[in-house]
Structures are given as C-alpha cells and as structure tokens.
Design a protein around this ligand. Structure first.
Ligand code: PLP
Ligand code: MN
Length: 380
C-alpha cells in the first residue's frame, strides 16, 4: 500500500512566477497599489498629528500589520479577542479590541493578552466592566477601557451622558482597569455615496463625539484617546479636532463597494485586491463560467466586478453559485473564453479575505511574496 497520509495539493503559487501561472481561485495583491494606499494613509494621519491604528479585520494578516507598523501605525485594531493572538505572536505591541464582548472565555483571553501587549477594549454595559475588572484585578494586569458611545449608528455603544458616566465610574472601581477615553465609530456613514455626504455626516459624528468629551471634561475626566473612523471618513476625521486616532481598514485593498462611491475632491485609495479566476466552461452561448463563486467571494455588498479594461469590458459577473461564477458575455462577442483569466474586484474585502489562506503579492506581473492570512477564521 502506498502511504497517502502526507499527500497534499502542490503550492498554488510560487515566488518569481508570472502571476498568470497562479492556480485559481487565488487572492492576489497588486503591491504597487497596496504600497501607495498604506503610505498615503500613514502620511494623512501623520500630517494631522493623529494616530493611525489600522483595522486588522480587513486583512487578518500579520505580514500586512507589520508593514503598517513600519509606516508609523501605533498598533492595530482587532474586532474579536481570538483574532488578536496571531498579531501578538508576531510582536504587535498595542492592540485595541474595537468591539464589545461578553463571557468568561473572552474575558480570559483579554487577561491573557494583557500580559503581552498594551490592550484596550470597548464596553457599553456595566456588567462587561465588572466581569473584566474582577478578572484583570485578580490576575494583576491592567487593561485600558474605552467605553463606546453611539454617535448615530444605533448598533453598539451607550447613548446619553448618564449611561456614559455610569461606565466611567464603574471602571474606576477596579485596579485592573484604566479609563483611556472613548470609542466613537459610525459605520453607516462610511459608505454614503458622495464625498460631500460623507463630509457632512463625519462632521455630525465628530460633533456628537465632542459633546461626550466635553461632558466628561466638565466632570474633570480627560480622554487620552478618541478613536473611530474608517476608510470612508478618515480624511475628515483627521482634521476634526476631535479624534486623536483613526481606525480605517479597507483602504489597503479598496473593495468594489468603496470603489463605487464618489470621491470627488478627496483621496480615493486604489484597488489593490483581486480574485484571480479562470473561465472553466463555455458550454452555453453567451456565458463564461468561472471558478469563483460564493466560496471565493463575499457578495453581501454586491457582486464582484471585473478589473476595468480587461477583455474589452465584454464580461460581466452576473451570479454566484457555490463554486461557479456566471459571467455574461457582451452581445456580438463570439470569442471562446475557455481558459481565460479574469481578475475580480470583490464587493466587500473583509469577508472575502476571510475565505482565503494567503495573499499572493505581485509587482509588474511577477509574484513577489506570499503572505499568510493568519488570523483567518479567528472570530471568537
Ligand atoms: N472600526 C470599526 C469598529 C469597524 O467596525 C470597522 C469596519 O467595519 C472599521 C473600523 C474599519 O472600517 P473600514 O474597513 O470601512 O475602513
Ligand atoms: Mn467592511
């Protein structure tokens, strides 16, 4: 009998190969565009004296986080407690969990992580403060707590001065907790259609945030950190005079949804992330079926679009099945696309990245690096 226990597929990409040889589906990264995006956001924050703490949930990759830190980021945000582990293991020294959490399992992770990094977390209920406060105090660690205030999203975060004051007072009861300021994030306004709409909404969000800051200041409580903002409002948040820190994530990749917005007057990051796909069937006239379906691209923010200019604009992604992507061929085009390569811009980068194990970075069509998506699936 042959020993099959070590049998596994060959590597799907090799450094030095042409990008056209990468086995599809693959998540590929245009490094020139990626470099430009990461540098530009770092400059934007630096120019305004605001800290940049990129959201790592967008990419879930320690290689990318380390690049962001090299360019001046003060640390990263994670959305989940377990998601933080790979970043800590690779030496990221400051992590903000920009989300609420509850339960002994999550509290235990927070306390463990706080042994190794400067950890800050969000709360919006006194019971969260009590659970974390007891555990942190008992373990002899100090965790920074940023109560989240709801500045319009209507998701998490307290609304009203009294609820905020109750949290701040509660935090002060525990030696293992330290009040660090506020998280004020408004996700809904990130994706407004026009630059003008986002500008106005960001101003309103900053104003709502400032009122909480002033309320605390009147009680003698200073906020060291006011963190929030994403790709859609970063350029307004840095000059708001309210935020001390921004936490954009998607700007490194620029997905199809963000790409479809109007950036008139502002800075539009470049698309850097594509899904390389191959047309595997052309049995039906007018259709080309590619190998990227629901298991290769998140469609919550719309279907993927082909890289502009490719194939004369004749192919359009019309429907996603589990492992089939249905491309419609423009009327009158009689070319047989079997075996053709297509590059898809995902509608939403965060959940798409979570479907893959690696990024294949390329420059001028040559594979330059393969980066692990090492926090992939870590959603606890
Ligand atoms: N901060 C928080 C709390 C978020 O939930 C998100 C994304 O949903 C971000 C920052 C980053 O936003 P974006 O990827 O749109 O830049
Ligand atoms: Mn997103």
């Amino acid at each position: 009998m042959k020993d099959v226990s070590a049998l596994k597929p060959p590597p799907f990409a090799r450094i030095g190969d042409s990008i056209s040889l990468v086995s599809t589906p693959a998540l590929v990264l245009d490094l020139d565009a990626f470099d430009a995006n990461t540098q530009r956001m770092a400059e934007l924050a630096r120019r305004h004296g605001v800290a940049l703490r990129p959201h790592a949930k967008a990419h879930k990759s320690t290689a990318i986080a380390l690049r962001q830190l090299e360019l001046g980021a003060v640390g990263v945000c994670c959305q989940k407690m377990s998601e933080a582990y790979p970043f800590v293991a690779k030496g990221v020294l400051s992590i903000h969990i920009s989300n609420e959490f509850v339960g002994a399992d999550k509290v235990a992770m927070a306390v463990e992580l706080a042994n190794y990094v400067r950890l800050s977390v969000c709360v919006d209920h006194p019971a969260q403060v009590d659970a974390l406060g007891r555990a942190a105090t008992q373990a002899g660690v100090v965790i920074t707590v940023l109560p989240e205030v709801d500045i319009g999203q209507g998701r998490c975060g307290v609304k009203g001065n009294d609820a905020l004051a109750a949290l701040v007072d509660r935090i002060a009861l525990y030696a293992g907790l330290r009040f660090g300021g506020l998280q004020a994030y408004h996700g809904g306004i990130q994706h407004l259609s026009t630059w003008e709409q986002r500008k106005e909404a960001a101003a309103n969000a900053a104003h709502a945030t400032a009122q909480y800051v002033q309320f605390l200041a009147a009680r003698g409580i200073q906020c060291e950190v006011i963190t929030g903002g994403g790709t859609g409002t970063a350029e307004f948040d840095v000059s708001s005079g309210v935020y001390t820190e921004i936490q954009p994530g998607s700007y490194v990749f620029m997905d199809g949804d963000y790409g479809s917005k109007d950036w008139l007057g502002g800075w539009k990051p470049a698309h850097s992330l594509y899904i390389a796909s191959t047309v595997m069937s052309t049995a039906k006239p007018g259709l080309a079926v590619c190998d990227v379906g629901l298991k290769g691209v998140a469609v919550d923010s719309g279907l993927p679009v082909l890289r502009p200019g490719d194939h004369g604009g004749h192919l359009q992604y019309k429907a996603a099945n589990d492992e089939h992507g249905i491309l419609q061929i423009a009327a009158g085009d009689t070319q047989d696309y079997l075996g053709s390569r297509v590059y898809l811009i995902p509608g939403h980068c965060d959940p798409t990245a979570n479907l893959y194990q690696q990024y294949v970075g390329y420059r001028r069509d040559v594979v330059e690096c393969i980066w692990e998506i090492d926090a992939r699936g870590l959603s606890q």
